[in-house]
Design a protein around this ligand. Structure first.
Ligand code: SF4
Length: 343
């Protein structure tokens, strides 16, 4: 049965009217689901019985089944496994930090983008996830943890911008004060650099932070690492980033996974600094360096620690804001780029 969460919130008043109720009851329905976390229409006592029966007959609310969990012994990061109603595997990663709780959630079952170093890219693309399947990852984790999450990262399995319409519907529910109510600075969408969709997102989606996977400072190398997304040149990707930050005022992060001996040289760092440092006048930009988390079966290795330090300092002296991402969940294969098939 179709989840009500696959219908944009703006259409809920019409649904209620269609079932013989008053349009304003949509706000009560939203409140039951998003604030009270009541997932049975039968229990929504301030909505008429007729409307409740109509909703019950036509819609479900939840759509995933929890099938397992694996917790890191090192840092408490936990990967949760789910099954969709049609049997696909979905997973998300809960990241407990000292003062906040984040969730890295998936947007597709499998990924068709084939970035050569990424475990998700090795999992055959099956289908896009629905808004309900994305929101359900949040419902489950908040229920399990017993506390609200502080931030959401659309960085799990899949290319979020290749599932554009469902992503935007989900972001509307995530950002709406009536829905999950996350602030713009607490939601980040990642992309391997789909230029047309970045431009659309700038125009039509609720404001969120954007993380763009660059991973190389020249086009030929980027083509070997991100064969599909390099359909757009680095210049086009940077121009889309400028458009995004000019239109939204949101932070743009450039993700750069350091692969030992592949893209971690001093020359790579200088080239990257040259690409990024001119952008500061357009908005808030960061470079996020990620020391590669090894994936079984792939030929890439972690860079040496002093190479990571040197790479970072080359960017810093050129006044490019840069951070090195702290590895999380690596021992359970839940680190950045490690999210492969369910084990
Ligand atoms: S980096 Fe993102 S887009 Fe590329 S293969 Fe992995 S999940 Fe897909």
């Amino acid at each position: 049965m179709n989840s009500l969460l696959n219908v944009p919130l703006s259409q809920w008043p019409e649904i209620i009217e269609g079932l013989g109720g008053e349009a304003y009851r949509a706000a009560q329905l939203i409140d039951w689901i998003f604030k009270k976390r009541v997932f049975s229409f039968k229990k929504m006592s301030n909505i008429s019985q007729k409307v409740r029966e109509g909703l019950e007959k036509n819609y479900s609310i939840r759509s995933l089944m929890l099938s397992g969990a694996e917790e890191s012994k090192v840092d408490g990061t936990t990967r949760y496994f789910f099954k969709t109603e049609d049997g696909h595997d979905v997973s998300c990663v809960y990241l407990p930090f000292e003062h906040r709780r984040s969730l890295c959630l998936s947007t597709q079952a499998g990924c068709a983008w084939g970035c050569v170093f990424c475990a998700s890219g090795q999992v055959k693309f099956q289908r896009n996830l629905t808004p309900s399947e994305m929101i359900d990852q949040v419902f489950f984790i908040e229920e399990i943890v017993g506390k609200p999450l502080d931030s959401l990262l659309f960085m799990g399995m899949g290319e979020p911008l290749a599932n554009y319409n469902a992503l935007v519907d989900t972001l509307n529910m995530v950002r709406s004060p009536l829905g999950l109510g996350f602030g713009a600075r607490h939601v980040t969408v990642s992309t391997s650099g789909l230029v047309p969709q970045i431009e659309m997102l700038a125009e039509s989606a609720p404001k969120v932070n954007l993380a763009i996977s660059l991973h190389a400072a020249n086009d030929p190398l980027r083509k070997t690492l991100l064969p599909k997304s390099s359909a757009w040149s680095i210049k086009e990707v940077l121009n889309a980033a400028k458009t995004y930050s000019k239109k939204t005022g949101a932070t743009v992060t450039f993700e750069y996974v350091l692969l030992g001996g592949v893209n971690d040289s001093e020359q790579d760092a200088k080239r990257l600094a040259n690409l990024i440092r001119g952008l500061a006048r357009y908005g808030d930009y960061w470079v996020n360096l990620i020391a590669y988390n090894p994936v079984p079966g792939l030929p890439y290795v972690k860079p040496e620690a002093d190479k990571v330090d040197l790479f970072k300092s080359i960017l810093t002296v050129r006044q490019v804001p840069v951070r090195v991402r702290k590895p999380q969940g690596v021992d359970i294969g839940a680190g950045c780029g490690q999210l492969g098939e369910a084990r």
